[in-house]
Design a binder for this molecule. Structure first.
Ligand code: TYM
Length: 375
């Protein structure tokens, strides 16, 4: 079977052409409807984030319940995370930029988990020191997104404190191997560390309640690949006296090759936050687009932005203005815009973005330690 034909979406692997409507069905989540967008808009003072307006946040679990809770004056905490297996890429920033908007909009705490243990357990080539080092390095990228350092708490798994570990153990007693196997596909040859990991990734869902000594729901903005963890956690939450975690699922930004999501395992078609300007330009110029075989054909038939990864990058991360995005789409369709200049403009925007991002990551060194929680 062609690699693009088979679609796989798990916490450890995402590949193929992704049909998001089908994923909603398969994962048993709810679509993020226009009604929900309007309800959210009524509860906030600023315009909706482009990822909401454009449907990039496409699915949820119980977000309507969270809005009820907020309307009744209830508070909540945010929770998201990163498996520090290497450098951060532009795809990781997608859910984080949206999470920052949620933090600013609702002025709430964010618990950010860095699963250096998980990455050590998965990848036999990596030492524990290496994944912990990446956790610290990735945390700078995360802070560079602009989170409020006073309200942002990093949980680095290998350094998590006794309350956190105790909570993970309490959770693990509630999840049988048979459930974990059914949800995560563990086999006889899976190492037992990984089998425990769902309890580690579930723990931040209840940690704000433990720390504050009262029930606080968490909202998890993340790619839908992480949803199996929330399914497992939701099954046990109420039995343990906590709220079920609420989830918002965002689409994946593709790499610069055809199909699939941007992934560190394909470095030539992925832009890392550490890339130099020269390397960005080289990568973007080779991108898979919705362009035709010849310029003459493209002028005559127009391009196919619906297939184009360059357009996907504008839509997800590099064009906030809805009208300018629509114009780009129309000009491509009509044959007025060619791929060369469209790629060049994207490369320029990515380069400027990274320059600013890299400086912010450098500046974040001063606050990082104050954000790490080891309770
Ligand atoms: P990780 O490091 O694989 O991914 C971190 C976050 O980035 C999202 N993501 C993407 N989003 C858009 N486009 C892409 N190309 C792309 N690639 C990755 C992921 O969906 C995720 O939201 N086990 C987790 C770490 C973790 C976590 C969490 C993640 C612990 N607790 C809570 C989310 C929420 C992991 O390895 O993520």
């Amino acid at each position: 079977m062609d690699e693009l034909e088979e679609t796989v979406v798990t916490p450890w692997e995402v590949r193929g052409r992704i049909n998001y409507e089908k994923l909603i069905e398969e994962f048993g989540t709810q679509p993020f409807t226009n009604d929900l967008k309007q309800r959210l808009e009524k509860n906030i003072k600023q315009p909706l984030h482009p990822m909401i307006r454009r449907g990039i946040v496409f699915s949820h679990r119980d977000f309507d319940w969270l809005l009820d809770h907020i309307e009744k004056g209830g508070d909540f905490a945010l929770y998201t995370g990163r498996g520090p297996s290497g450098n951060t890429h532009i795809g990781h920033l997608v859910p984080w930029q949206f999470t920052k908007w949620l933090q600013d909009t609702f002025d709430v705490e964010l618990y950010f988990q860095l699963t250096d243990d998980e990455k050590f357990l998965i990848d036999r080539e990596k030492s524990y020191e290496e994944t912990t080092q990446y956790a610290y390095q990735n945390a700078l990228d995360i802070l560079a997104v602009g989170f409020n350092p006073e309200k942002t708490k990093f949980i680095i798994d290998s350094e998590a404190g006794p309350k956190f570990r105790r909570l993970a153990t309490e959770i693990s007693r509630r999840i049988t191997f048979s459930t974990a196997k059914a949800i995560f596909g563990f086999t006889e040859s899976t190492n037992i560390g990984l089998i425990f990991h769902p309890a580690m990734q579930a723990a931040p869902c209840f940690y704000p309640s433990v720390l504050h000594g009262r029930k606080i729901p968490v909202l998890i903005p993340a790619g839908i690949d992480q949803d199996p963890y929330w399914r497992a956690t939701r099954d046990i939450a109420e039995k343990m006296g906590y709220y079920k975690p609420v989830a918002l699922h965002s689409e994946f930004i593709p790499g610069l090759e055809e199909g699939g999501k941007m992934s560190a395992s394909k470095p030539d078609t992925t832009v890392f936050t550490t890339d130099s300007a020269k390397s960005v330009v080289k990568k973007v110029k080779r991108a898979f687009t919705g362009g035709r075989a010849t310029i003459e054909e493209q002028k005559r038939l127009g391009g196919e932005p619906e297939k184009c990864n360059v357009f996907a990058w504008y839509r997800t991360s590099f064009e906030d203005d809805d009208e300018a995005l629509k114009k780009r789409w129309d000009d491509c369709k009509s044959g007025a815009l060619m791929c060369g200049p469209c790629k060049q403009e994207l490369a320029d925007r990515v380069v400027v973005f990274l320059e600013v991002h890299q400086q912010k990551a450098e500046d974040a060194k001063d606050v990082l330690e104050s954000c790490v929680i080891r309770i």
